[in-house]
Ligand binder design. Structure first.
Ligand code: NI
Length: 697
């Protein structure tokens, strides 16, 4: 379904039961950047003479205050809002990085980056560079000659030249240069989807600073697949009429509340952040336990991902996109105002990002928040046949981003039982190459006539700055384990579990093992639960394939995060992106492998978990022309954090409290859940015993 909303106003809009918040000004140190702050950062740099007509702004990121400053901050205290601004001179290729305080109007630091050598990566791509690269390719005599040679000259005007991050191969004509590689796709009309018409073996290599195509690969003569890959209903329709409507209604509104960036829902409390690289960030995640908000995580996000391709062709052997560090997930976030993806009563958060020049751009309704029914949370039928059932519900905070052909949804789910789930949704259009119909390619199945789709992976890396009852935590690997038959296991049936503490960063580089039910436990170093054990959460991995590329490949060291399911590091404010601040064109070794070389202690320290997960994609016919969502992710579940199931007092009525929360005098408002004692205002289905304390006999 699609809703088209009126243009938003800069405050709060109510549109068909959907609410939007556009923060006019930051009120809390962790609020996302506002449009005015982005404009101020640019203005401060321009006033100091750091912005010329050739200057562009590949990235602006909020700099969170130091943790001790944040802990001491109280509402009403002054804010010192700082922004990390990357500047790029498009004429010279020189880039620099500034730390700007927009609160104080000062530049705290300005560093010229050594992007001219291999160890330092290039800043993220600008939107204008996509267009510039396409124009350079189309204007180059080499490309035009290749199009003529292939008999495609009549298609040159409508051809689509894609802007692709180059990887790193230590080549003399590439090291230290700002490079983009470009595939060419045909379009047979303005609205034709290009991805179905790849020109196999044609790759243009562009130097964005010198503004020229410095190399062109033109191999083979495989015909361009002609069958369209269009997916809209005017082509794929008419729409079926067999599905009856589903309406999600919440007549009393949602159960969450929003105050600026602060969200409260049932026991959960957190702050919604957003930035250009990571998109959605969750800050200060706590669980209300009695009169106390107990910390679970200080910050949670998915700051990086890599999409390495697995074929040997000239077209694709070099592909390993870092969709966050090279293209920026948040910058490419969808405005859900244009296509409403959630059902129910929805709260949207707008997001501000800089454009190529550093001027603020609003992404209206970038983040969606709503509640979902999630089936059964718990149930039991007793010996007399009385059933007790409680329904599960989850709070969903999500955004979608489009990076070229692929679309990714990042969904965080909060549950009533204290669990958090992260789910990445991969959809969109698989990258296709062309082949001879009916032929075999060991690296890419044919999924439509002549459309060969190379195997590839989407490996995401979540960063979880965990804080189980505070920052002093320990990390443990827990496994279930059988026991050899013998004195310890005389009947052969016994098994147990093992607990191995991971005390330092090198010990905390781990691989999942589903056959041992391996999980990673984060414990409080000081707090114990009801039964005297440390309070803890479990990171439960899916444990799918890690990076398939060999250790000798450059992507192996550039995407080192993807070679382990788990990395544990001691918190450092500068360690935010697992492949480093600028993975584009960077040589291997930055990020997690560099940081963990010091093998810092994780014993009772402020621990950050880095968790790699995601699908290894062997495409199928059903992925064409658009792939159904492929789900991947992980769970973060309380394991001894709470003294009992925290959802025992859920209302028994499946529709929750709406029909019997107050003023109900029918006397049977709670009978569905097993209590028949309530009448009048005494009826409180939300409390453990319906408010009257007398279970039904
Ligand atoms: Ni894929």
């Amino acid at each position: 379904m699609t809703h088209v909303h009126d243009s938003h106003t800069p405050d709060v809009t109510h549109t068909h039961g959907k609410r939007v918040t556009t923060p006019a000004e930051a009120r809390h140190p962790l609020d996302p950047l506002t449009g005015e702050e982005i404009a101020a950062a640019r203005r401060i740099l321009a006033d100091a003479g750091h912005v010329t007509e050739h200057t562009r702004v590949p990235r602006m990121l909020p700099v969170d205050p130091p943790k001790d400053v944040l802990a001491a901050w109280r509402e009403g205290d002054a804010l010192d809002r700082r922004i990390r601004v990357t500047l790029l001179d498009r004429d010279t290729g020189v880039s620099s990085e500034a730390i700007v305080s927009v609160s104080r109007g000062e530049i705290d630091a300005l560093t010229v980056l050594d992007t001219g050598s291999a160890p330092y990566g290039q800043p993220q791509y600008l939107f204008e560079e996509y267009d510039a690269a396409a124009q350079l390719v189309k204007a180059s005599p080499e490309w035009q000659a290749a199009m003529h040679r292939r008999g495609l000259e009549e298609h040159m005007e409508l051809a689509f030249c894609s802007p692709l991050a180059p990887g790193f191969f230590d080549r003399e004509d590439e090291v230290g240069k700002r490079i983009i590689r470009s595939h060419t796709y045909l379009r047979f009309s303005e609205s034709d989807s290009p991805w179905a018409h790849p020109i196999e073996g044609l790759v243009a290599h562009v130097d964005l600073t010198a503004r020229r195509v410095f190399k062109l690969d033109d191999e083979g003569d495989i015909p361009v697949p002609q069958q369209h890959g269009n997916y809209t209903l005017d082509v794929q329709g008419p729409a079926r009429s067999s599905l009856k409507p589903i309406e999600i209604t919440q007549p009393e509104g949602p159960s969450f509340s929003v105050d600026g960036s602060l969200v409260q829902w049932e026991n959960w409390k957190f702050r919604v952040g957003f930035n250009q690289q990571e998109g959605l960030v969750l800050n200060q995640v706590t669980w209300r336990d009695g009169d106390e908000d107990r910390s679970v995580a200080t910050r949670a996000s998915v700051p990086e991902m890599v999409v390495p391709y697995g074929d040997t062709s000239v077209s694709r052997h070099w592909i390993s996109y870092f969709d966050a560090g090279e293209y920026l997930l948040g910058k490419n976030a969808n405005s859900l105002a244009l296509g409403c993806d959630c059902l129910g009563v929805i709260h949207y958060f707008d997001a501000f990002v800089p454009d190529d020049h550093g001027n603020p751009v609003v992404i209206p309704q970038a983040v969606c928040m709503h509640e979902e029914d999630y089936g059964i949370l718990w149930k039991h039928t007793d010996l007399a046949g009385n059933a007790e059932t409680r329904r599960s519900r989850r709070l969903v905070v999500s955004y979608f981003t489009t990076i070229g052909n692929y679309d990714y949804g990042f969904f965080w789910y909060f549950y009533l039982d204290g669990s958090i789930q992260m789910e990445a949704k991969a959809t969109g259009i698989v990258v296709a190459g062309a082949g001879i119909p009916g032929s075999e390619d060991p690296h890419g199945p044919e999924i439509a006539p002549g459309i060969f789709t190379p195997v590839h992976q989407h490996i995401f890396c979540a960063r979880l700055d965990v804080a189980i009852d505070g920052e002093d935590n320990t990390l443990h690997e827990i496994e279930a384990a059988g026991i050899p038959t013998g004195p310890e296991n005389p009947y052969g049936n016994a098994f147990t579990w093992t607990n191995t503490q991971l005390t330092s960063e090198l010990e905390a580089q781990r691989i999942a093992n589903g056959l041992a039910s391996r999980v990673w436990e984060v414990r409080s170093a000081h707090r114990t639960n009801y039964v005297g054990k440390p309070t803890a959460y479990w990171l439960i991995p899916e444990g799918k394939m890690l990076l398939a590329a060999q250790p000798e490949s450059t992507v192996h060291g550039r995407a080192a995060f993807a070679t382990k399911h788990l990395w544990g590091t001691q918190y450092d404010a500068e360690e935010l992106y697992p492949a480093g601040f600028a993975p584009n064109s960077r040589q291997p070794g930055d990020g997690l492998p560099a940081w963990t070389a010091a093998d810092r202690s994780l014993d009772g320290e402020d621990i950050v978990l880095w968790h790699s997960f995601g699908p290894t994609h062997i495409p199928r016919t059903e992925d064409w022309p658009i792939m159904p969502v492929d789900y991947s992710g992980f769970w973060f579940k309380p394991h001894g954090f709470l003294d009992q199931n925290p959802a025992m007092n859920l209302p028994a009525d499946a529709r929750a409290s709406a029909s019997c929360a107050s003023g109900d005098s029918t006397g049977n408002c709670c009978t569905a859940g097993g209590c028949g004692c309530c009448a009048g205002d005494a009826c409180r289905c939300g409390s453990a015993n319906c408010g009257c304390g007398t279970p039904r006999g």
